[in-house]
Design a protein around this ligand. Structure first.
Ligand code: MN
Length: 234
């Protein structure tokens, strides 16, 4: 690898986005953020879709859209209907193409709790017009996340409660075992279409109960065995 000094760039190179790792002073560098759509049947139904097991589909958020643990979520511009989607986040330590199902979990570094914040009004408009979703999904600060917990410590959670409370009232509730596409399947499937890289995150879909947030709301998300994400809407 070439070592290039800052003086060789025409502008300062962008910083690497990182997430803290629980129990370590080392950081996890974030590469891409893949997000799966409609991965819990009850959520697919609430969004007006058929919950049958059709092939999964993915969209992306950008790494610098991560909100660091402890930071608040700034209400984004150009939307009046911003929704919360609580999700298990999978962090990869190893990349690859055509990763077989039975090797997929060997690629996982650990897990976090994340929010796939969504400008639902803009996403809805894009859907109607057959346009891409970035304007609704991939905006600044659209991916709050906790510190990552290494799989070495907690294993690979495949069941356990996932919930979100807004101002102490439960809005979203589900169980990891309700995922239509399981974590190894998502990794294997993605790796047939993309060359996965160490540092990639996968947001694994949200259970039913998505809804709007407003400035001043306190959000508390939880995934059993992984952790708690707490923030306010600013
Ligand atoms: Mn989502």
């Amino acid at each position: 690898m070439n070592v290039i000094s800052p003086a060789n760039y025409v502008i300062a190179p962008p910083a690497v986005t990182t997430l803290p790792v629980q129990g370590s002073d080392k950081l996890f560098p974030v590469h891409r953020i893949y997000c799966i759509g409609r991965n819990y049947a009850a959520h697919a139904i609430e969004m007006g879709h058929d919950p049958d097991r059709e092939p999964p589909f993915f969209f992306l958020k950008m790494p610098d859209q991560v909100v660091q643990p402890g930071q608040d979520f700034p209400y984004p511009p150009k939307s009046t209907d911003v929704h919360h989607e609580i999700e298990l986040v999978v962090a990869l330590k190893k990349g690859g193409k055509n990763i077989p199902l039975d090797k997929a979990l060997d690629h996982v570094f650990g897990y976090g709790v994340g929010l796939d914040m969504t400008r639902r009004d803009l996403q809805g408009e894009a859907k109607k017009l057959g346009r891409p979703w970035e304007i609704g999904k991939a905006f600044e600060d659209s991916a709050p996340c906790t510190a990552l917990v290494p799989a070495e410590r907690i294993g690979h959670p495949a069941k356990g409660a996932v919930w979100l409370k807004v101002n102490d009232k439960t809005t979203q509730e589900g169980d990891l075992n309700q995922m239509i596409w399981k974590v190894p399947e998502m990794i294997s499937y993605l790796s047939d279409y993309f060359t996965l890289q160490p540092g990639d995150l996968i947001m694994s879909g949200t259970p039913a109960g998505v809804g709007p947030v407003k400035k001043g709301d306190r959000l508390h998300g939880h995934v059993d065995g992984v952790g708690d994400l707490k923030l306010s809407v600013d």
